[in-house]
Design a protein around this ligand. Structure first.
Ligand SMILES: C[S@@+](CC[C@H](N)C(=O)[O-])C[C@H]1O[C@@H](n2cnc3c(N)ncnc32)[C@H](O)[C@@H]1O
Length: 221
C-alpha cells in the first residue's frame, strides 16, 4: 500500500517536472488493430488515426506494422488531433462537452512519447474540418524527397463521435482508398452505426469484426 502511494507520487513528480508519461489508451478491443494490419496482403505503408489523445491507438497500429510488415521501412502513420480543450462531441446525444482532458499539456506529453521511439508517427495538430479542407488531395511528408500521401490502407476513426462528423470523416477517406483499405471505427454505440454500415456496404466495404466498442470494415479494390 505504502509502496503503491510512493510509486504514484514518483510518477506524478516525473510528469509535473519533466513531462514524463506513458502512452496510454481510454478504449477497449485494441487487438482489432493487430488483426486488421495482419490481413494487409501487399501494404503500401500508410495509416491514419483521427483523435490521438495519449496515443494508444497510434502505438498499436505502428507496433502491428512492425510485427507483420517489417520489410516496410518507410511506413507513414499520421495522427490528427487539435487538443486545446475544445468542446467535444462524445456522441450524437452528448455534443459540445467541455468535461474532458484533451489539453495542450497532453499534446506536449504525447509528442515527447512518440518522438522517443516512433519515427513512423507524424503528428498533425489540426481538427478534421481544417484538415479535410486544406488537404483534399493528400498530405505532404518530407524525407529526402517530398511525398504526397493520398491513399490510406488503415484508418482509425476516433475523433468526434456524432453522426455528422463521422459521415464527413468517412467521405474524406472514401476518396483516398488503397487497393485494400480497412476502416476501424471506435465507440460504435455513440453514433448511428447502422447508417455507417449501410454507407460502407454501398461503397463495397464488408464488415470484418464487430465488438462492443470497435468495428472494422474492409474494402478490396
Ligand atoms: C477518445 S480520444 C482518442 C483516443 C485514442 N484514439 C486512443 O486510442 O487512446 C478523442 C480524441 O479526439 C480529439 N479530437 C477532438 N476533436 C477532434 C476533431 N475535430 N478532429 C480530430 N480529433 C479530434 C480529442 O482531442 C481527443 O484527443
Amino acid at each position: 500500500m505504502f509502496r503503491k502511494i510512493k510509486r504514484k507520487l514518483y510518477k506524478n513528480f516525473l510528469k509535473d517536472r519533466f513531462l514524463i508519461t506513458d502512452i496510454e489508451g481510454d478504449s477497449l478491443e485494441y487487438e482489432i488493430f493487430d488483426s486488421s494490419i495482419k490481413r494487409l496482403k501487399d501494404p503500401i505503408g500508410s495509416s491514419f488515426e483521427i483523435g490521438v489523445r495519449r496515443g494508444m491507438g497510434s502505438k498499436k497500429i505502428i507496433d502491428a506494422y512492425r510485427k507483420y510488415h517489417s520489410h516496410l521501412n518507410d511506413h507513414i502513420h499520421i495522427g490528427l488531433d487539435p487538443y486545446g480543450e475544445l468542446p467535444y462531441n462524445f456522441s450524437e446525444d452528448n455534443k459540445s462537452n467541455t468535461n474532458h482532458d484533451y489539453t495542450n499539456l497532453m499534446k506536449r506529453e504525447m509528442i515527447i512519447n512518440f518522438s522517443k521511439k516512433y519515427k513512423e508517427f507524424n503528428f498533425v495538430n489540426l481538427d478534421t474540418t481544417e484538415f479535410f479542407q486544406r488537404f483534399k488531395d493528400g498530405y505532404p511528408i518530407y524525407s529526402k524527397v517530398k511525398k504526397i500521401i493520398n491513399r490510406f490502407e488503415i484508418v482509425h476513426f476516433d475523433g468526434l463521435h456524432d453522426n455528422e462528423n463521422v459521415n464527413l470523416e468517412i467521405d474524406y477517406f472514401l476518396n483516398h482508398l488503397s487497393n485494400q483499405t480497412i476502416f476501424i471505427l471506435d465507440d460504435i454505440e455513440t453514433f448511428d452505426f447502422d447508417m455507417v454500415k449501410k454507407k460502407l456496404n454501398k461503397n463495397n466495404f464488408k464488415l470484418l469484426e464487430s465488438g462492443n466498442r470497435k468495428a472494422s470494415f474492409e474494402y478490396l479494390g
